[in-house]
Design a binder for this molecule. Structure first.
Ligand SMILES: *Cc1c(COP(=O)(O)O)cnc(C)c1O
Length: 354
C-alpha cells in the first residue's frame, strides 16, 4: 500500500500467474506451455525480422496476420481481432463488450480461468460464478437467465473438460441479447471450435492464442473471431489504448507459425499422444484423472493431500500447479510434457507417494 495509490488501485486484486522459475533444470509442468519448441520457420522469420526496419512502427492493423488467420479459419479479415496475447484480447472484451450499463452480472463457471474475476475488478463489472456440476461439467441450463454477458473456456481450465458444440448452440439459441465469449486457449488439443458458429450468431466471439498449441507463449499473440460489428467494437477499444500491441517480431513469428501447418499438426498430435500415456500412468499410481481435451490433466489422489504432493514434487525438481480454491484444493493440474519430462514426473511421484 502506498499513499500515492488511488483508492481504485488499493482495491484491485491482481492475477497471480504460475511460477516462472530461474533454475532451468526443473521439469516445468505448471503453466500449460507447450513442451515442444515453436515452428523452426517461425524462429527463422523472427530472426529475419531483426534488422534496421525495427526503427519503424509495426503495422497498427496487423493486416497481413489478420488475413492469414481469416483464411485459415474460413472467415473474413473484418472478423478477426489480434492482440498482445489473448489475455489482452480478453481485457478489451471485458472493457468494451461486458462493461454494460445494464449492470446485469457477467456469468462464468465457479471453476474456471482465474483471470476473469480479475478483469471484472479492473473494469468494475458485476459477475456471478455459476457452479459446475459434480463431474465439473458446465450445464447450459444454468446460463439462461438475464445476464450482462457469458464467458467460459472450452475446453475449460483448469478442468480440461470439453463442452460439445451442440450445447453451445443450445445456449446461443436462447441468449441473443448479450455477448457470449468462448475462450479456446486449448481447443487445438481435442476440442471442436465454435468459430464454425460465428456467422450464424452475431453475439458470439471466440478467442484463441498462439501461446499453447503453437508453442509461442513468449511472443504474446492472441486473437478473437466473431461478427464484424463485435470486432469493430474491439478495434475502438484497442485504438483508444495502444495502436501497436503486436511488434514487428511478433507479427513475423505469428505469420510464419500460422503458415506452418505441418509442424502445428505434428506438435499437437504429439501432445495428445503423451497426454493419454500420462493419464494412464497417473491412473496406475492411484490418481483419479478427469477426462481432458487440453494439454494438461486435472487429477486428485484419494490418499494424499494435493498441496503436500505439489510440495513433495517441487523438492524433487518437478513443478505442477495447485490451486487452493474451494472444490479443487485436492486437485493438481499437470501440464503435458515431453515423454522424458513425464518419466521424471512419474519417478518423482512414486517416491512422493511411497
Ligand atoms: C493461457 C490462457 C489464456 C491466455 O493466453 P495468452 O494468449 O498467453 O495471453 C487465456 N485463457 C485461458 C483459459 C488460458 O489458459
Amino acid at each position: 500500500m502506498s499513499r500515492y495509490w488511488s483508492p481504485f488501485v488499493k482495491e484491485l486484486v491482481p492475477y497471480v500467474p504460475g511460477e516462472q522459475p530461474k533454475q532451468s533444470n526443473l521439469v516445468k509442468l505448471n503453466t500449460n506451455e507447450n513442451p515442444f519448441g515453436p515452428s523452426p520457420k517461425a524462429i527463422e522469420a523472427i530472426k529475419q525480422a531483426v534488422d534496421e526496419s525495427l526503427r519503424l512502427y509495426p503495422d497498427p492493423d496487423a493486416s497481413n496476420l489478420k488475413s492469414m488467420i481469416a483464411s485459415y479459419h474460413g472467415v473474413a479479415s473484418e472478423q478477426v481481432f489480434v492482440g498482445n496475447g489473448s489475455d489482452e484480447v480478453l481485457a478489451h472484451i471485458f472493457h468494451g463488450l461486458f462493461q454494460q450499463g445494464s449492470r446485469q452480472p457477467l456469468l462464468f463457471p465457479d471453476i474456471t480461468y482465474s483471470f476473469y474475476p480479475v478483469y471484472c475488478g479492473l473494469y468494475q463489472i458485476p459477475f456471478e460464478a455459476i457452479p459446475l456440476d459434480d463431474e465439473f461439467q458446465l450445464r447450459v441450463e444454468d446460463y439462461k437467465g438475464i445476464n450482462g454477458g457469458i464467458i467460459f473456456p472450452n475446453p475449460n481450465a483448469p478442468t480440461g473438460r470439453f463442452l460439445a458444440l451442440a450445447e453451445i448452440e443450445r445456449l446461443l439459441a436462447v441468449n441473443n441479447e448479450t455477448v457470449v465469449v468462448i475462450d479456446e486457449a486449448y481447443v487445438d488439443f481435442g476440442g471442436e471450435s465454435a468459430i464454425a458458429l460465428v456467422d450464424r450468431y452475431p453475439n458470439l466471439l471466440v478467442t484463441q492464442t498462439l501461446s499453447k498449441s503453437r508453442s509461442l507463449a513468449g511472443l504474446r499473440v492472441g486473437f478473437a473471431i466473431g461478427s464484424a460489428e463485435l470486432i469493430d467494437g474491439l478495434e475502438r477499444v484497442k485504438n483508444s489504448f495502444n495502436s501497436y500491441p503486436l511488434d514487428r517480431l511478433a507479427l513475423a513469428g505469428a505469420e510464419a507459425a500460422i503458415a506452418d501447418d505441418d509442424y502445428f499438426q505434428q506438435c499437437r498430435q504429439a501432445v495428445i499422444v503423451e497426454r493419454e500415456r500420462m493419464a494412464q500412468e497417473l491412473g496406475g499410481l492411484g490418481f483419479e484423472v478427469l477426462p481432458s481435451s487440453a494439454n494438461f490433466l486435472f487429477c486428485q489422489h484419494p490418499e494424499h493431500d494435493a498441496a503436500a504432493l505439489a510440495a513433495a514434487l517441487r523438492e524433487r525438481g518437478v513443478i505442477v500447479r495447485h490451486f487452493s480454491a474451494a472444490r479443487i484444493d485436492q486437485f493438481l493440474r499437470i501440464t503435458v510434457g515431453t515423454p522424458e519430462q513425464s518419466d521424471r514426473l512419474f519417478a518423482a511421484l512414486k517416491e512422493a507417494l511411497a
